[in-house]
Design a protein around this ligand. Structure first.
Ligand code: NAP
Length: 240
């Protein structure tokens, strides 16, 4: 049986690789994206994975969007909350809009998407949810009070929902990636990036595959004993 796996932010970067790996592992992935239609078209042409456009920061859009996915593909049994944005700035310069956009897109989206699938997972007594956090939610980062707060919130959200899902066959885990080479990181100035790489013990940026492999492990049917955990995948940059 092919389980339907929704991956938010699935058309680019880490999300694309998660879709590819899940498809190879026998899942039926569906990618959600915000507005970059040409990237989404290219993604679907490359991978054969359907893309659905809606804003994960909008509660009603998520309920409608997930209903559409379920109508086309079947019940959602795997959810990967991966969509995320950065709007950096130090606290004294950060606007409310920068704060709010990051909290809504990175954190409120987890609530919005989980609400859309949780009843079905409880009824079927099976579900796999993976939330993508960040090393910067674990360690903090200069110029990112919004992003660090949202990502740190994801780690608490994960543990609370894991407790609620445990008796119903639903696992909820998080991954905290370090710096992974995607558009998000390509936007970082070269000289800053060089300094960052110098702090990574394995001496390189992460590859989206480094994260996608872990997602495939966490969503497997036989990973039912792994729940409420946060997996740090950061090349040794930050250890606990
Ligand atoms: P990315 O390359 O910038 O891709 C972002 C994806 O999210 C795109 O598909 C984008 O859609 C989608 N998206 C953004 N806002 C959305 C919204 N409101 N509604 C629906 N979809 C939305 O990002 P990435 O680097 O792969 O990052 C993926 C996740 O990993 C994020 O949560 C990020 O915070 C986290 N992370 C990344 C790194 C890293 O180094 N890259 C490190 C730690 C954590 P469009 O194409 O339509 O814009």
């Amino acid at each position: 049986m092919s389980r339907v796996a929704v991956v938010t932010g699935g058309t680019r970067g880490i999300g694309e690789e998660i879709c590819v790996e899940l498809k190879e592992a026998g899942y039926k992935p569906a990618a959600v994206y915000a507005g970059n239609d040409s990237a989404a078209r290219d993604f679907t042409a490359r991978t054969g994975v359907p893309a659905f456009k809606f804003d994960v920061s909008d509660f009603d859009a998520c309920q409608k969007g997930v209903a559409e996915i379920q109508k086309e593909l079947g019940p959602v049994e795997v959810l990967v909350n991966n969509a995320g944005i950065t709007r950096d700035g130090t606290m004294h310069k950060m606007t409310f809009e920068q704060w709010d956009a990051v909290i809504q897109t990175n954190l409120a989206s987890c609530f919005n998407m989980c609400k859309a699938v949780i009843e079905g997972m409880r009824e079927r007594e099976f579900g796999r949810i993976v939330n993508i956090g960040s090393v910067n939610g674990r360690a903090g980062q200069y110029g990112q009070v919004n992003y660090a707060a949202a990502k740190s919130g994801i780690h608490g959200f994960t543990k609370a929902l894991a407790l609620e899902g445990a008796g119903k066959g639903i696992t909820v885990n998080a991954i905290a990636p370090g710096y992974v080479l995607t558009d998000m990181v390509r936007a970082v100035p070269e000289r800053v990036l060089e300094k960052i790489v110098a702090t990574i013990p394995v001496g390189r940026l992460g590859d989206p595959k480094d994260i996608a492999r872990a997602v495939t492990f966490l969503v497997a049917d036989d990973a039912g004993f792994v729940t409420g955990s946060t997996l740090d995948i950061n090349g040794g940059q930050h250890m606990y």
